[in-house]
Design a protein around this ligand. Structure first.
Ligand code: MN
Length: 747
């Protein structure tokens, strides 16, 4: 990625090393890289790496990163991640060192090819194309993304090195401007983290997510990190208590093993807090216990189950929470046995059991997978996946954003396994329906599908499948796809096949409309030509001539205005519209003018900008926000922590406007609080007293529901800004009997 600045500009950043010290630091990093790479070096490799290093040093010699440090430290760090954290070898190291040269320096691809050969040049070329993704607009972005995926299917190392590059950029994101941080962080959480997950790079995925959250939701990130640190001592004590008896038994059983507790990531804890609407203190699985066994290949499975039995002799397992990825590994190659058991003090604890080999695959994913490929019975797991991606890219011509969305749901989601009546297994993304399954078997079966039998029970085509289901498709020769089917599938394959069929159907109908137009034009003494068709398309405000003909055939357009057209020779001319159609103003929108401006929108004249507040996250002044230019709605203000933010920022970065609140107390904003407490009449009274009495805040709605001594309530209030809301939340939290007070985003 191009983030170098000129030497002059760099001087304003703090980076206080002298030229000599810099050289030492660069050499230190280089030696570390060689040391990590040592076990993989064959004859002549060291010289090649040295040559790549020198080539990169020379190419980047005048460049500095935004932090002010010499640019070469970035490719060195990327190469280091490739070797140390992903487990890649010599060739990838060389590519890591050279990955930014062709993009940012005078070095050409031919230079790289001449020195290092075709294989390395191809990978560097792949990495070069990818870097254009960052600043391009959305359709270009998707085009580039398609390119990434094509190169990925050619040589997976491209995407692994790209992930290393992204990881290092995320680790050093502090020096970027705020809006760039937001953009890069959301792109990371939207595309790169799921991609890392899919590649089986669990550690890298987790770190990417945590780093993204650090920039997108700094407050929550810091709070959870602080609470994790505060509770560490207690947690360690608990983990030791839990582990002790297990450890003794494993030693007695003569296992070679490692056992430890590891904290869950901040991002995953935060997801749990949001999803379950609980406080940090109530998230029970802040950590998991991991047992890693040294087992010979033929005893792996047996040993894992032996250990499972030892654990469940000691602690009672939860029957719903056994995950057997030994017999059915995940599509990203993950193998392990997970169980959740009741530990001391009645706490649920997750235990993960795996062998050393499985652990390496879990951490280094694809790279480790290739290492162990020989002798494994699922060696085509990735190949199959790449094949599906290739098919989607080459057959589908949806526009950019749809493509990304389809790609995500089809290829980056967790997968389920379903069975044909004959017992063949099919892998589908989570959320897939019977109809997806039908299309996965064959297009002809999908198009004729009228329902299915799932585990011998009749279900409609939109029925969501679950892992382990056995599915038999029921079809009829009279059936054909309709619009609604698009809402009943998630896989890219099914979507594109349905769209093809719909287009074909539409074309047939449109042919009738075309005939009608031709006759009418001839009736007017003119004829069917491109000019006249275009004139009609623009007069009736339809998207294309196909739509025009289709709407005429469907009698949505009746052509009665045709009599007002003027005709000269073979040219038709539409009558001028009398007056322009006025747009209705949406009630939620405000017109900003000098007097009541509470938003400062940078880079625009903020005088008369139409904006509205996003309904998905209801921002109020004081929230960390960004503006998003949305077609038809003008500028929409979202909170950076909005559930939709990542998608918007990642896909439409160019439509994001930096937005900030200005001080103003005249306008108030509707926001919601969710409260939970003990059922007590007095409490409700106290709550309303605080809100409308003490703080003089207007209540818009209040609803309370109580069950068995507990109540849950929703309060909607009008506040001026975040400060006022925070004050309200603080006051409410001090009330006896109130258990939790949380702001909620959605209506
Ligand atoms: Mn880079």
């Amino acid at each position: 990625m191009a983030e170098a600045v000129s030497t002059q500009e760099a001087q304003v950043y703090k980076y206080n090393l002298t030229g000599e010290e810099e050289k030492k630091e660069i050499l230190r990093q280089y030696r570390l890289l060689l040391k990590t790479l040592r076990p993989k070096l064959k004859r002549g490799d060291k010289e090649l790496v040295r040559e790549a290093f020198e080539m990169a040093v020379e190419a980047h010699k005048t460049m500095r990163r935004k932090s002010g440090e010499p640019y070469i430290l970035h490719p060195l760090a990327v190469a280091q991640i490739c070797v140390e954290e992903i487990g890649l070898g010599v060739r990838s190291t060389i590519c890591g060192l050279l990955h930014d040269t062709v993009e940012d320096t005078d070095l050409s691809l031919e230079d790289v090819e001449r020195e290092f050969g075709n294989e390395i040049a191809r990978i560097v070329d792949g990495l070069t194309k990818i870097s254009n993704v960052i600043d391009a607009n959305s359709s270009q972005q998707a085009e580039n993304f398609k390119k990434i995926l094509l190169t990925l299917t050619d040589d997976p190392r491209v995407i692994l090195i790209k992930l290393a590059d992204r990881l290092h950029n995320m680790r050093t994101l502090d020096f970027m401007k705020r809006e760039k941080q937001l953009k890069i962080a959301s792109e990371t959480v939207w595309v790169y983290a799921p991609l890392a997950h899919r590649m089986g790079l669990y550690n890298i995925k987790t770190e990417l997510e945590d780093l993204s959250m650090k920039y997108m939701e700094p407050e929550h990130y810091k709070e959870i990190a602080r609470k994790l640190a505060e509770t560490k001592r207690e947690r360690t004590r608990y983990i030791n208590e839990f582990i002790k008896p297990i450890k003794d038994k494993l030693v007695k059983g003569e296992f070679n093993f490692e056992i430890y507790g590891r904290p869950k990531s901040i991002h995953s804890i935060w997801n749990k807090i949001k999803k379950k609407a609980v406080a940090f203190e109530e998230v029970y699985d802040l950590f998991a216990i991991r047992i890693i066994l040294d087992s010979p290949p033929e005893k792996e499975k047996e040993d894992c189950w032996k250990v499972y039995s030892i654990i469940t002799d000691e602690y009672t397992p939860s029957p719903e929470r056994l995950r057997d990825w030994l017999s059915n590994p995940k599509a990203n190659g993950y193998e392990a046995l997970h169980t959740t058991v009741m530990g001391p003090q009645g706490r649920w604890v997750e235990v993960q059991i795996r062998t050393r080999r499985m652990n390496e695959i879990a951490e280094k994913g694809l790279a480790a997978h290739f290492k162990y490929k020989e002798g494994s019975n699922d060696e085509d797991r990735f190949d199959k996946w790449f094949g599906q991606i290739r098919e989607m890219i080459t057959t589908q011509d949806t526009d950019g954003v749809d493509f990304l969305q389809d790609f995500k749901t089809s290829f980056l989601a967790e997968e389920i396994y379903v069975y044909t009546p004959k017992g063949d297994v099919k892998m589908l993304p989570t959320g897939s329906t019977a109809l997806d399954f039908a299309f996965a078997i064959h297009t002809a079966i999908g198009s004729k599908c009228i329902g299915a039998k799932v585990n011998h029970k009749l279900v409609p085509i939109g029925h969501k499948l679950r892992s382990g289901d056995q599915v038999e498709i029921i079809s009829s020769s009279k059936q054909k796809p309709n619009e609604d089917w698009l809402n009943q599938v998630v896989t890219a394959k099914a979507k594109s096949k349905i769209k093809d069929a719909l287009k074909e159907e539409k074309r047939k109908i449109a042919d009738e409309g075309k005939y009608v137009v031709q006759r009418r034009l001839e009736g007017l003494g003119t004829k069917m030509n491109q000019h006249n068709i275009d004139e009609l398309v623009s007069f009736y405000k339809v998207q294309s001539q196909l739509d025009l003909f289709y709407n005429i055939a469907k009698k949505i357009i009746d052509l009665k205005e045709l009599k007002d057209f003027s005709v000269s020779g073979d040219k038709l001319e539409a009558p001028k519209p009398v007056k322009p159609v006025e747009n209705k103003t949406e009630p939620a929108e405000h017109r900003i003018n000098k007097k009541d401006s509470e938003l400062i929108i940078f880079g625009e004249s903020s005088d008369r900008i139409m904006y509205s507040l996003a309904k998905c996250c209801n921002p109020i002044p004081g929230d960390d926000v960004f503006g998003f230019v949305s077609t038809g709605k003008g500028l929409v203000i979202h909170r950076t922590g909005c559930p939709n933010a990542a998608q918007l920022l990642a896909n439409y970065g160019h439509r994001v406007v930096k937005t900030k609140w200005a001080k103003n107390k005249e306008i108030s904003f509707l926001t919601g609080l969710k409260i939970i407490g003990m059922d007590d009449v007095g409490v409700i009274n106290k709550i309303t007293n605080i809100i409308s009495g003490d703080l003089r805040i207007n209540i818009s709605a209040l609803s309370i529901e109580s069950t068995e001594g507990l109540f849950q309530g929703i309060i909607k209030v009008f506040v001026h800004d975040k400060e006022e809301l925070d004050e309200l939340v603080d006051k409410l939290k001090q009330l006896n009997g109130l258990h939790s007070v949380e702001r909620f985003d959605t209506e």
